[in-house]
Design a protein around this ligand. Structure first.
Ligand SMILES: NC(=O)c1ccc[n+]([C@@H]2O[C@H](COP(=O)([O-])OP(=O)(O)OC[C@H]3O[C@@H](n4cnc5c(N)ncnc54)[C@H](OP(=O)(O)O)[C@@H]3O)[C@@H](O)[C@H]2O)c1
Length: 298
Protein backbone atom coordinates (compact mmCIF):
# COMPACT_ATOMS: atom_id res chain seq x y z
CA UNK A 1 0.00 0.00 0.00
CA UNK A 2 1.05 3.67 -0.42
CA UNK A 3 2.18 5.47 2.71
CA UNK A 4 3.89 8.74 3.70
CA UNK A 5 7.18 7.72 5.30
CA UNK A 6 10.76 8.67 6.08
CA UNK A 7 13.84 6.44 6.01
CA UNK A 8 16.11 8.89 7.86
CA UNK A 9 15.47 11.68 10.37
CA UNK A 10 15.61 15.22 9.08
CA UNK A 11 13.67 18.22 7.76
CA UNK A 12 10.26 17.75 6.07
CA UNK A 13 11.93 16.92 2.73
CA UNK A 14 12.91 13.45 4.06
CA UNK A 15 9.23 12.50 3.63
CA UNK A 16 8.33 10.46 0.55
CA UNK A 17 5.40 8.37 -0.61
CA UNK A 18 6.52 4.73 -0.64
CA UNK A 19 5.15 1.17 -0.69
CA UNK A 20 4.90 -0.74 2.62
CA UNK A 21 3.09 -3.94 3.66
CA UNK A 22 -0.53 -3.50 4.79
CA UNK A 23 -1.06 -3.62 8.58
CA UNK A 24 -3.79 -5.80 10.15
CA UNK A 25 -5.99 -5.31 13.18
CA UNK A 26 -4.84 -7.24 16.26
CA UNK A 27 -6.94 -7.92 19.37
CA UNK A 28 -8.71 -4.77 20.57
CA UNK A 29 -7.86 -2.90 17.35
CA UNK A 30 -9.62 -1.98 14.10
CA UNK A 31 -8.26 -1.28 10.64
CA UNK A 32 -9.59 1.51 8.41
CA UNK A 33 -9.30 2.40 4.76
CA UNK A 34 -7.96 5.91 5.43
CA UNK A 35 -9.66 8.97 3.94
CA UNK A 36 -7.64 11.62 5.82
CA UNK A 37 -4.93 11.77 8.48
CA UNK A 38 -3.88 14.61 10.80
CA UNK A 39 -0.45 16.23 11.03
CA UNK A 40 0.49 17.22 14.61
CA UNK A 41 3.50 18.92 16.20
CA UNK A 42 4.29 15.40 17.54
CA UNK A 43 4.73 14.16 13.94
CA UNK A 44 7.20 16.97 13.32
CA UNK A 45 9.14 16.04 16.49
CA UNK A 46 9.21 12.35 15.51
CA UNK A 47 10.34 13.01 11.92
CA UNK A 48 13.02 15.54 12.89
CA UNK A 49 14.57 13.11 15.38
CA UNK A 50 13.84 15.43 18.37
CA UNK A 51 12.09 12.50 20.13
CA UNK A 52 14.61 9.88 18.92
CA UNK A 53 15.53 8.82 22.48
CA UNK A 54 11.98 9.07 23.81
CA UNK A 55 10.30 7.20 20.91
CA UNK A 56 12.78 4.74 19.33
CA UNK A 57 11.61 3.84 15.82
CA UNK A 58 12.31 1.20 13.23
CA UNK A 59 12.97 3.03 9.94
CA UNK A 60 11.40 3.47 7.44
CA UNK A 61 8.57 4.85 9.55
CA UNK A 62 5.07 5.78 8.36
CA UNK A 63 4.03 9.13 9.92
CA UNK A 64 0.69 10.16 11.44
CA UNK A 65 -0.88 9.74 14.89
CA UNK A 66 -4.55 10.04 13.94
CA UNK A 67 -6.81 9.35 10.97
CA UNK A 68 -10.37 8.86 9.80
CA UNK A 69 -11.78 6.32 7.39
CA UNK A 70 -14.02 3.33 6.77
CA UNK A 71 -13.61 0.24 8.96
CA UNK A 72 -12.51 -2.84 6.98
CA UNK A 73 -11.17 -5.16 9.74
CA UNK A 74 -12.32 -5.61 13.33
CA UNK A 75 -9.93 -7.30 15.78
CA UNK A 76 -10.84 -9.90 18.40
CA UNK A 77 -12.61 -8.53 21.45
CA UNK A 78 -13.81 -5.33 19.75
CA UNK A 79 -17.48 -4.44 20.18
CA UNK A 80 -19.69 -1.63 18.97
CA UNK A 81 -18.11 -1.13 15.56
CA UNK A 82 -18.54 -3.02 12.26
CA UNK A 83 -16.94 -3.27 8.84
CA UNK A 84 -18.26 -0.33 6.78
CA UNK A 85 -18.63 2.08 9.76
CA UNK A 86 -17.11 5.56 9.39
CA UNK A 87 -14.79 6.39 12.29
CA UNK A 88 -11.96 8.68 13.39
CA UNK A 89 -9.30 7.74 15.90
CA UNK A 90 -5.75 7.38 17.18
CA UNK A 91 -2.79 5.08 16.66
CA UNK A 92 -0.41 5.56 19.58
CA UNK A 93 2.66 4.27 17.71
CA UNK A 94 1.79 6.26 14.57
CA UNK A 95 1.60 4.95 10.96
CA UNK A 96 -1.79 6.47 10.05
CA UNK A 97 -0.84 8.37 6.86
CA UNK A 98 -1.34 5.45 4.50
CA UNK A 99 -4.04 3.71 2.49
CA UNK A 100 -4.80 1.50 5.52
CA UNK A 101 -4.18 2.20 9.21
CA UNK A 102 -4.78 0.34 12.46
CA UNK A 103 -6.42 2.32 15.29
CA UNK A 104 -6.20 1.75 19.07
CA UNK A 105 -8.96 4.21 20.02
CA UNK A 106 -11.84 5.54 17.90
CA UNK A 107 -15.33 7.01 17.74
CA UNK A 108 -17.97 7.00 15.04
CA UNK A 109 -17.66 9.99 12.73
CA UNK A 110 -20.66 12.30 13.16
CA UNK A 111 -22.65 12.82 9.95
CA UNK A 112 -21.92 16.56 10.02
CA UNK A 113 -18.14 16.04 10.08
CA UNK A 114 -16.36 15.92 6.72
CA UNK A 115 -13.38 13.60 6.14
CA UNK A 116 -10.62 16.23 6.44
CA UNK A 117 -12.09 17.47 9.76
CA UNK A 118 -12.40 13.89 11.04
CA UNK A 119 -8.86 13.00 9.93
CA UNK A 120 -7.40 15.79 12.06
CA UNK A 121 -9.79 15.54 15.00
CA UNK A 122 -8.56 12.78 17.27
CA UNK A 123 -5.29 14.09 18.75
CA UNK A 124 -6.73 17.53 19.50
CA UNK A 125 -9.97 16.19 21.01
CA UNK A 126 -8.26 13.51 23.10
CA UNK A 127 -5.67 15.99 24.41
CA UNK A 128 -8.23 18.67 25.21
CA UNK A 129 -10.58 16.26 27.01
CA UNK A 130 -7.69 14.81 29.03
CA UNK A 131 -6.51 18.33 29.98
CA UNK A 132 -10.03 19.41 31.04
CA UNK A 133 -10.36 16.23 33.15
CA UNK A 134 -7.00 16.69 34.89
CA UNK A 135 -7.84 20.31 35.75
CA UNK A 136 -11.44 19.50 36.73
CA UNK A 137 -12.78 22.23 34.43
CA UNK A 138 -16.53 22.65 34.74
CA UNK A 139 -19.32 25.11 34.05
CA UNK A 140 -18.94 28.49 35.71
CA UNK A 141 -15.14 28.42 35.92
CA UNK A 142 -12.68 30.47 33.87
CA UNK A 143 -9.96 28.68 31.91
CA UNK A 144 -6.97 30.32 30.24
CA UNK A 145 -5.46 28.58 27.19
CA UNK A 146 -2.02 29.91 26.26
CA UNK A 147 -1.69 29.05 22.56
CA UNK A 148 -5.38 28.52 21.83
CA UNK A 149 -5.32 28.87 18.04
CA UNK A 150 -3.68 25.54 17.20
CA UNK A 151 -5.00 22.00 17.14
CA UNK A 152 -5.56 21.60 20.87
CA UNK A 153 -7.64 24.71 21.72
CA UNK A 154 -11.03 23.87 23.24
CA UNK A 155 -14.21 25.54 24.36
CA UNK A 156 -16.49 23.17 26.21
CA UNK A 157 -18.13 22.19 29.48
CA UNK A 158 -19.60 25.66 29.94
CA UNK A 159 -16.31 27.15 31.10
CA UNK A 160 -15.49 30.73 30.21
CA UNK A 161 -12.38 30.46 28.03
CA UNK A 162 -9.71 33.11 27.58
CA UNK A 163 -7.38 32.16 24.72
CA UNK A 164 -4.07 33.68 23.70
CA UNK A 165 -3.15 34.14 20.03
CA UNK A 166 -1.52 36.71 17.77
CA UNK A 167 -3.87 39.56 16.76
CA UNK A 168 -4.79 38.15 13.30
CA UNK A 169 -6.16 35.05 15.05
CA UNK A 170 -8.38 36.95 17.52
CA UNK A 171 -11.50 36.85 15.30
CA UNK A 172 -10.96 33.07 14.93
CA UNK A 173 -10.92 32.62 18.73
CA UNK A 174 -13.99 34.86 19.09
CA UNK A 175 -15.82 32.66 16.57
CA UNK A 176 -14.98 29.65 18.77
CA UNK A 177 -16.50 31.44 21.76
CA UNK A 178 -13.27 32.37 23.54
CA UNK A 179 -12.13 35.79 24.79
CA UNK A 180 -8.96 36.48 22.74
CA UNK A 181 -5.87 38.12 24.20
CA UNK A 182 -2.31 38.65 22.95
CA UNK A 183 0.32 36.17 24.19
CA UNK A 184 3.76 37.09 25.56
CA UNK A 185 5.21 38.80 28.65
CA UNK A 186 2.82 40.89 30.78
CA UNK A 187 -0.08 38.42 30.40
CA UNK A 188 -1.32 38.77 34.05
CA UNK A 189 -1.68 42.55 33.70
CA UNK A 190 -3.31 42.24 30.24
CA UNK A 191 -5.85 39.74 31.49
CA UNK A 192 -6.70 41.98 34.42
CA UNK A 193 -7.10 44.97 32.09
CA UNK A 194 -8.99 43.25 29.27
CA UNK A 195 -11.26 40.77 31.06
CA UNK A 196 -11.17 41.54 34.78
CA UNK A 197 -12.08 37.90 35.47
CA UNK A 198 -10.25 35.80 38.05
CA UNK A 199 -8.79 32.74 36.28
CA UNK A 200 -9.37 29.34 37.90
CA UNK A 201 -7.08 27.21 35.74
CA UNK A 202 -4.65 27.54 32.85
CA UNK A 203 -3.09 25.34 30.19
CA UNK A 204 0.34 26.00 28.67
CA UNK A 205 -0.34 24.67 25.16
CA UNK A 206 2.35 26.58 23.27
CA UNK A 207 5.28 25.85 25.60
CA UNK A 208 6.89 29.27 25.07
CA UNK A 209 7.99 29.96 28.66
CA UNK A 210 4.75 31.36 30.10
CA UNK A 211 4.38 28.90 32.99
CA UNK A 212 5.57 31.30 35.72
CA UNK A 213 3.04 33.90 34.60
CA UNK A 214 0.27 31.29 34.42
CA UNK A 215 0.98 30.36 38.06
CA UNK A 216 0.80 34.05 39.00
CA UNK A 217 -2.50 34.41 37.14
CA UNK A 218 -4.21 31.43 38.81
CA UNK A 219 -2.41 31.83 42.16
CA UNK A 220 -1.89 28.05 42.32
CA UNK A 221 0.73 25.90 40.53
CA UNK A 222 -1.63 22.93 40.80
CA UNK A 223 -4.19 24.80 38.69
CA UNK A 224 -1.72 25.02 35.79
CA UNK A 225 -1.09 22.23 33.31
CA UNK A 226 1.61 22.17 30.63
CA UNK A 227 1.36 20.05 27.49
CA UNK A 228 4.94 20.65 26.50
CA UNK A 229 7.37 21.61 29.24
CA UNK A 230 8.55 18.84 31.64
CA UNK A 231 10.82 21.33 33.48
CA UNK A 232 7.69 23.08 34.78
CA UNK A 233 7.14 20.13 37.12
CA UNK A 234 9.90 21.65 39.29
CA UNK A 235 7.49 24.55 39.97
CA UNK A 236 4.66 22.19 40.98
CA UNK A 237 2.95 22.48 37.57
CA UNK A 238 1.63 19.21 36.17
CA UNK A 239 2.74 17.85 32.79
CA UNK A 240 -0.06 16.27 30.74
CA UNK A 241 0.99 12.70 30.02
CA UNK A 242 -0.61 10.36 27.51
CA UNK A 243 -1.86 7.10 29.03
CA UNK A 244 -2.30 4.33 26.42
CA UNK A 245 -4.12 2.23 29.01
CA UNK A 246 -6.82 4.87 29.61
CA UNK A 247 -10.21 4.70 27.89
CA UNK A 248 -9.15 7.01 25.08
CA UNK A 249 -12.15 6.03 22.94
CA UNK A 250 -14.42 7.59 25.59
CA UNK A 251 -12.73 10.97 25.10
CA UNK A 252 -13.20 10.69 21.31
CA UNK A 253 -16.87 9.70 21.73
CA UNK A 254 -17.40 12.75 23.95
CA UNK A 255 -15.82 14.94 21.24
CA UNK A 256 -17.97 13.29 18.56
CA UNK A 257 -21.12 14.07 20.59
CA UNK A 258 -20.09 17.74 20.84
CA UNK A 259 -19.48 17.88 17.08
CA UNK A 260 -22.83 16.19 16.34
CA UNK A 261 -24.56 18.73 18.62
CA UNK A 262 -22.85 21.63 16.82
CA UNK A 263 -20.89 22.58 19.97
CA UNK A 264 -17.43 21.74 18.64
CA UNK A 265 -15.95 22.29 15.20
CA UNK A 266 -12.57 21.10 13.99
CA UNK A 267 -11.05 23.87 11.89
CA UNK A 268 -8.85 22.60 9.05
CA UNK A 269 -6.32 25.22 7.96
CA UNK A 270 -5.28 23.23 4.88
CA UNK A 271 -5.68 19.73 3.44
CA UNK A 272 -2.72 18.41 1.40
CA UNK A 273 -2.58 15.32 -0.83
CA UNK A 274 -0.15 12.62 0.35
CA UNK A 275 2.57 13.56 -2.13
CA UNK A 276 2.67 17.07 -0.58
CA UNK A 277 3.62 15.63 2.83
CA UNK A 278 6.76 17.82 3.07
CA UNK A 279 4.64 20.98 2.63
CA UNK A 280 2.18 19.77 5.29
CA UNK A 281 4.98 19.10 7.80
CA UNK A 282 6.65 22.43 7.00
CA UNK A 283 3.38 24.22 7.80
CA UNK A 284 3.02 22.43 11.15
CA UNK A 285 6.69 23.08 11.99
CA UNK A 286 6.00 26.83 11.69
CA UNK A 287 4.03 26.49 14.98
CA UNK A 288 1.58 29.15 13.80
CA UNK A 289 -1.11 26.86 12.44
CA UNK A 290 -4.72 27.98 12.85
CA UNK A 291 -6.52 24.73 13.67
CA UNK A 292 -5.30 21.53 11.98
CA UNK A 293 -3.28 20.52 8.95
CA UNK A 294 -4.42 17.26 7.34
CA UNK A 295 -3.37 14.92 4.55
CA UNK A 296 -6.05 13.42 2.37
CA UNK A 297 -5.75 9.81 1.14
CA UNK A 298 -5.42 8.48 -1.50
N1 LIG B 1 1.18 16.37 26.44
C1 LIG B 1 0.40 15.82 25.52
O1 LIG B 1 -0.19 14.75 25.73
C2 LIG B 1 0.22 16.52 24.19
C3 LIG B 1 -0.77 16.07 23.30
C4 LIG B 1 -0.97 16.76 22.09
C5 LIG B 1 -0.17 17.86 21.79
N2 LIG B 1 0.82 18.23 22.66
C6 LIG B 1 1.68 19.39 22.35
O2 LIG B 1 0.87 20.55 22.42
C7 LIG B 1 1.48 21.56 21.64
C8 LIG B 1 0.41 22.34 20.88
O3 LIG B 1 -0.05 21.65 19.76
P1 LIG B 1 -1.05 22.32 18.71
O4 LIG B 1 -1.60 21.20 17.90
O5 LIG B 1 -2.01 23.25 19.39
O6 LIG B 1 -0.15 23.12 17.67
P2 LIG B 1 0.93 24.27 17.66
O7 LIG B 1 1.39 24.31 16.26
O8 LIG B 1 1.99 24.08 18.67
O9 LIG B 1 0.12 25.55 18.07
C9 LIG B 1 0.08 26.59 17.26
C10 LIG B 1 -0.51 27.78 18.02
O10 LIG B 1 0.44 28.25 19.02
C11 LIG B 1 0.36 29.65 19.01
N3 LIG B 1 1.62 30.30 19.45
C12 LIG B 1 2.76 30.48 18.74
N4 LIG B 1 3.67 31.16 19.50
C13 LIG B 1 3.09 31.36 20.71
C14 LIG B 1 3.51 31.98 21.92
N5 LIG B 1 4.72 32.54 22.06
N6 LIG B 1 2.65 32.02 22.97
C15 LIG B 1 1.43 31.46 22.88
N7 LIG B 1 0.95 30.85 21.75
C16 LIG B 1 1.78 30.82 20.68
C17 LIG B 1 0.06 30.01 17.57
O11 LIG B 1 -0.70 31.19 17.58
P3 LIG B 1 -0.48 32.33 16.44
O12 LIG B 1 -0.49 31.62 15.11
O13 LIG B 1 -1.63 33.24 16.66
O14 LIG B 1 0.88 32.93 16.70
C18 LIG B 1 -0.75 28.85 17.02
O15 LIG B 1 -2.12 29.09 16.95
C19 LIG B 1 2.53 20.87 20.77
O16 LIG B 1 3.83 21.16 21.28
C20 LIG B 1 2.23 19.40 20.93
O17 LIG B 1 3.39 18.58 20.79
C21 LIG B 1 1.02 17.60 23.84
Amino acid sequence: MKALLFAQYGDPNVLTVGDVPEPHAGPGEIRIAVRAAGVSPGDDAIRSGAWRDRVPLALPYVVGLDAAGVVDEVGDGVHGVRVGDEVFGLRFRGNTTAEYAVLDAWAHKPGNMRWPQAGGAATGIETAVRALDVLGVHSGTTLLLDGAGGGVGAVARGARVIGTASTPNHPFLEELGAIPIEYGPGLPERIQRVTGHPVDSAVDIAGRGSVEELVRITGDANAVLTLVNPAAENQGVRLLRFDPAADNSAALEYGAELVAAGRLAVHVAHAYPMDEGPAAHTRVASRHTRGKIVITVP
